[in-house]
Design a protein around this ligand. Sequence first.
Ligand SMILES: *Cc1c(COP(=O)(O)O)cnc(C)c1O
Length: 360
Amino acid sequence: MSLAATWRAARPPAAGLHLDSAACSRQSYAALDAAARHARHEAEVGGYVAAEAAAPVLDAGRAAFAALTGIPDGAVVFTTGSRNALELLLSRWPGTHRTLACLPGEYGPNLAVMAAQGFTRWMLPVDRDGRLQLDEAAATLGADPPDLVHLTPIGSHRGLVQPLAEMVAMCRGLGIPLVVDAAQALGQIDCAVGADAVYSSSRKWLAGPRGVGALAVRSDLAELVAPGPAVGDANVAAQVGFCVALGEYLTAGPAAVRTALAAAGARSRRVLAQLPGWRVVEPADEPSAITTLAPLGGADPVAVRARLIAEHGIVTTAAGVERAPGELTAPVLRISPHVDATQGDLEVFAAALAGGAGAG
Ligand SMILES: *Cc1c(COP(=O)(O)O)cnc(C)c1O
């Protein structure tokens, strides 16, 4: 069976057309069942006893996350998501007048976390598309190194892929720790390239449950993520589901999934290139399954998203400027098919969009 067919057969059929993996992918039967079984086990033997019994599954999940983030002998902790991971890391980062460098297109909620944790922020140099300019970045970072560089290799607001591996090499050369927000990158591009800390969410491209994520850090940063006295409760059932999703992702083959997702992005942009009233934001062959459409004729992406759900059962995202306040100037409509989206699915979406582009 092809990867697309395997992926599709492994989960419940979609009620309509799901083009929203960057928001929340569709879980597999195996991930759903594992989480439900764990919850049931909690009812049978007690929540804390069940958690002990799940330890091997959770260990395997942490090891899978460490492998996928390229931090094999580091420390991995489960979080409630990506934002929670950044909060944890920055709240414990040493120093007082702390500084970091990030992209102008940084995820808006991350900017809020950075500010709340008292970090002074510098912007990395980018070209007109928002892509990191490596030579200029090396010069700026070398001249005045911040405490850390925070890189979001793929944002929420567009499917542009930043040069992660090159940035890892540069930061290592300069001796600056590199922290990576892999909420969108993990699953879509190779993140096992040697960053110092990598965090991600379960529900996006790895197709695990909502409300869980993980953070991996190099072993000498392990004390930053050691459980403190104020650690709250955890949804162990969701962690178990995430571990199963990680295992399924590894079984499917990270390189094969990445290639298929890049192909889904290229296919989307080919189908949508001539759509009246909308402009495809990404370069046609950008290796990401995220495609965003900017309205040309005044359509409102929020209203269009609602209409697509109500009239066509098509799930997409309207991404507002708050997702990247330093880069987005107007809302865009985002589609993010997983590996099982067909050419026909994308044509159905294009036709639905064209059918009411002005009215949206
Ligand atoms: C979704 C997203 C986040 C936040 O993830 P949560 O798990 O909801 O906290 C952070 N960064 C990017 C780039 C995202 O797309």
